[in-house]
Design a protein. Structure first.
Length: 115
């Protein structure tokens, strides 16, 4: 699912049908620190839509992981997407805080895992 707005780089539904968006300003702010993410926008969307693992950390941030989407030196890495959920006008929505390519799954409470 894509949004017509230029404010968002993408908009997708997570496993529970909740809309998750990546704000263009957030993406642009993180790009200088993680330039490789520019080539992984579609993979970040796919990770939210169909993750291998979802962890929740102490700040209630949801960490989505998916393996097998990396290329080149990132071939064996997970795409890791951090999403914060909030209620807006009676609806729950998610916002991508950032994403990157991770060598391993971090710590947190397992919310969901592919079996």
């Amino acid at each position: 699912m894509s949004t017509g707005s230029t404010r968002f780089l993408f908009e997708v539904e997570d496993k529970e049908g909740i809309i998750v968006r990546l704000d263009r300003r957030t993406f642009d702010r993180h790009l200088p620190y993680r330039p490789e993410i520019a080539d992984y926008v579609e993979e970040a969307k796919a990770t939210i839509e169909d993750p291998d693992v979802i962890l929740v950390d102490d700040d209630n941030c949801h960490h989505y992981y998916r393996i097998g989407l990396g290329r080149g030196k990132f071939e064996k890495c997970y795409v890791q997407v951090l999403v914060y959920y909030h209620s807006r006008g009676g609806r729950v929505e998610g916002r991508v805080a950032t994403y990157w390519l991770a060598r391993r799954i971090g710590k947190g409470q397992i919310k969901w895992m592919r079996s």
